[in-house]
Structure formats: C-alpha cells, structure tokens
Design a protein around this ligand. Sequence first.
Ligand SMILES: *[C@@H]1O[C@H](CO)[C@@H](O)[C@H](O)[C@H]1NC(C)=O
Ligand SMILES: *[C@@H]1O[C@H](CO)[C@@H](O)[C@H](O)[C@H]1NC(C)=O
Ligand SMILES: *[C@@H]1O[C@H](CO)[C@@H](O)[C@H](O)[C@H]1NC(C)=O
Ligand SMILES: *[C@@H]1O[C@H](CO)[C@@H](O)[C@H](O)[C@H]1NC(C)=O
Ligand SMILES: *[C@@H]1O[C@H](CO)[C@@H](O)[C@H](O)[C@H]1NC(C)=O
Length: 448
Amino acid sequence: MITISYCICALFLSHVFAAPASSISGVSSMSSTGTYTSSAVSPIETVPFASDDPNPILWLPEDNNTVHQPIRGSLGATILGPTNNPIVDENADLVAPPTTDVGTVDNAKWPFSLSQNQLWTGGWARQQNLGVMPIAKEMAGVNMRLKPGAIRELHWHTAAEWAYVLKGSTQITAVNQNGQNYIATVNAGDLWYFPPGIPHSLQGTSDDPQGTEFLLVFDTGNFNEDSTFLLTDWMSQVPKEVLANNFQVDQSAFNDIPGSQLYIFPSNPPPDNQQNPVSPQGTVPEPFSFELSKFNATQFSGGTAKIVDSTIFNASKTIAVAEVTVEPGAIRELHWHPTQDEWTYYLEGEARVTLFASGRNSRTFDYQPGDIGYVPAAYGHYVQNVGNTTLKFLEIFKTDKFADLSLSQWLALIPPDLVKAHLQVSDDTIMHFNKTKPVVVGPVGPSS
Ligand SMILES: *[C@@H]1O[C@H](CO)[C@@H](O)[C@H](O)[C@H]1NC(C)=O
Ligand SMILES: *[C@@H]1O[C@H](CO)[C@@H](O)[C@H](O)[C@H]1NC(C)=O
Ligand SMILES: *[C@@H]1O[C@H](CO)[C@@H](O)[C@H](O)[C@H]1NC(C)=O
Ligand SMILES: *[C@@H]1O[C@H](CO)[C@@H](O)[C@H](O)[C@H]1NC(C)=O
Ligand SMILES: *[C@@H]1O[C@H](CO)[C@@H](O)[C@H](O)[C@H]1NC(C)=O
C-alpha cells in the first residue's frame, strides 16, 4: 500500500485539482480523503494525477454579447481598468487560460490585421517577420493584393518565395540562371515557388473583377519585403552611360525610366494565355506553379489533408505544405514535426492550439481567419476546431519533405506494458491508439 497525503501532492501543483480519475482499472486511485492507494505496482508514487478539469475554451469571438472576464472557475477576477474587448473576445485562452497552461512560451500569434499596410496605386502589401513575431525564426509571410492588371514589379530576393493564391488569379513570370523561362496563371487555392535569386513578376488578371490576393511565405524569418532587388531601383541607381553601354543603345533610350521604385502599380490585365518569347534554352525543367486546388485530399475521420512537398511539386525545394480541414469538434491530432518549424496560416473557422515547449511550459492560443501561428520544431501541439463551421488552415514548413510524428501512432507501436507503466491506462484504451497515423480525428461520442 502506497499512501501520499493530499497536502504533499498539492505542493506539486500550481492549481487545485478537481475530481480524481474515475476508472483506472484497479491499479491506482485517489481515495475520497485525498490520498493515493495502490493495490498493484504503481509508477506514480511521487506525483499526483493530472487534473480532470476539461479546461474548455470559455468563449468564442462571436459570443460577444457579454463582456468576457479573466475568470476560470474559482480563479481570476473581473477587469476593473480599461480593456480592448474585441481582442478579449478573440483570445479567450490568453485572457482565461486553461489550468494546463504553465510556464512560458513565446507569443505564437500574429494577425495580419495588426501588420502595417503599404498602400499603392495598384493594391497593397503587409508583412509578418521577426520584427513583429520573434518566435518565427525560419519563415516570414506577406499578404498582397493586386487590382486587375496591377503588377508587383520585376524583382528578386535572397530568400525562396512560396505562394498560395487566396482569391482571383495571378499571372507569374520568371527566368532562371540557364535562360529558361516560365509563365503561368495561378488560380485560387494553387501554389507557386521561386528559388532564391530567381527574378520574377506577379500580375493580377481580369479573371476576377476585384483582381487577386495571395499569401507569400519566405524561407527565412528576417525577410523584409522592403529590401528586395527591384528592377526600377537598380536601373535608377546605375549611371545612364553604363546603361547605354550595357544594352548597346543610345542613352536617350532610357529618358523615361522611373527615378524610383514602382513596387505595386496599375497596368492593363494580361491577355488570356499570354506567352513568353521563345527561349533558345527552353522552359524551366520543373514548373514553378502547382495546382493544389485540383490535388485530391486524403480523407480522415475528422477532416482532410493535402500534403504537397518537393516529391510532388518538384520545384518547391525548401517549402512544404499541408492544407488541412477539421470538422467541428474534431482535431488535427497531437503531433510534432521532428526537425522543422511550422508557419501556420488560418483560412476559415475557429482554431485552438496548445504548444508544449518541453519541461513545464505550455501555452494555448486561439486563431481566427487571417491569423498566423508558429510552432517551433519538436514542440508538441494539436489544432482543435472550436467553432461550428469547417476549420481550414495551411501548415507550412521550411523543408523539401513533409514530416510529422503522431502521439497516437507512437504509443500504438511500442509494447503496451511500457505505455501502461507510464500512463496507467487500460488495454482497451491502448486498443484505441492508432497504428496508422489518424491525422485529423473526429469528435468522440458521448462519454460513458
Ligand atoms: C460580434 O462578432 C460578430 C462576428 O465575430 C460581428 O459580426 C459583430 O459585429 C460583433 N458584435 C459586436 C457587438 O461587437
Ligand atoms: C481524385 O478524386 C476523384 C474522385 O474521387 C477521382 O475521380 C480522380 O481520379 C482523382 N484524381 C487523382 C489524380 O487521383
Ligand atoms: C517530379 O519528380 C518525380 C520524381 O522524381 C517525377 O516522377 C515527376 O515526373 C516529376 N514531375 C514533374 C512535373 O517534373
Ligand atoms: C454556432 O455557434 C454559436 C455559438 O458559438 C451559436 O450561437 C450559433 O447558433 C451556432 N450556429 C450554428 C449554425 O450552429
Ligand atoms: C486510424 O487512422 C486511420 C487514418 O490514418 C483511419 O483510417 C483508421 O480508421 C483509424 N483507426 C482507428 C482504429 O481509429
């Protein structure tokens, strides 16, 4: 018989734990007087059970008819001072965290709506990088909008550029180091990728009367959209005599070149099926765009996933994506990515994510459409659909090959005795662990 008094257990906890686990198959249980008893060998001689508090999210952004307060059960108190209620409404788990959140985890939420926008005659652009989100070391993002015909001017940069079209369609062009060219119209839900240093253009087509909007992801956290190599900046910073010599024309040919960058500027929409001049070197061997919207999703019990990395979208050597949907009540299972950070972009629905940062450090974030999330490599996490519409998001990685590890699959593929020794769960529970990665799991039925 092993007995640990309640008061000693309480010292190990930062909170008061609720009712004990009700049915732990004859191995160990907590008596009504608050002590542990064990009839068999118990591995938890020194620590108390985890809390049984279900710790749900306490409100959603749309439940905004009442003023939400930092109160969870007997913890917390009302706000007396000034408060920004729309932000409170969107961040229930920061305002009233679950008691399972402990220690510290750096901020992992950045809404593009908080980025400073750059407004131009042809559209706009806003970015997220290390300056606003220091946890996001490996990748940065830009959200850009082009009116029909508007051009993001010819440029290149030291980072690779990966894109997901959000609305309308975008014409892209590029030329590689071998003089091979590429042109394509990339539609909503489809991708493009330009390797580092490859010069390219982006232009809104007239397919949508509004033009186009897209998400760009760069494979470095310190990318800065204001430090790209622009055609007009360069030409205006070279002596005209040198331009004349270089292009073998009279200097007067360059009388009207812009004196500073155009960045995003209006122009006529390109004609349908516009072609590049024929290159003597041919076209690029691996297409710079990919029709993700036409790629079949894999169906799981709680949603779907489309995983596209360089094994399928061959040109995309440094960025991989999983486009995931999660039905109401379902979750993208507890998992981690062995060596890659995840840059997440929320497209639709309401998400709740807890990052486990090792040791006693966990933090829960809530995400809405247009928000960026970030999960450093190896951090355990899940993505729960807490709304009542389909949740859709992109998991983006700086890698040539997508990889994740499933908690359920791990525990299903090692000797059950090992799992039982750690968790004191029954054989029946272990039977539910999934030997083939469940990925997105549906809601559990009513609890027995
Ligand atoms: C509550 O939220 C919904 C959607 O999030 C919004 O349309 C509505 O205007 C909000 N109401 C108030 C009073 O803020
Ligand atoms: C995608 O799924 C549809 C419908 O199930 C099927 O007809 C089609 O062949 C699939 N396409 C590919 C490329 O697997
Ligand atoms: C992509 O690479 C695979 C494997 O190397 C190859 O089978 C496939 O044809 C390539 N696809 C394209 C479009 O080049
Ligand atoms: C969605 O959930 C909100 C509360 O979160 C509720 O008011 C609303 O009726 C629900 N909508 C549907 C279609 O179930
Ligand atoms: C395990 O997950 C797979 C999807 O990878 C699913 O098809 C299967 O039904 C799941 N098995 C169980 C027992 O839930």
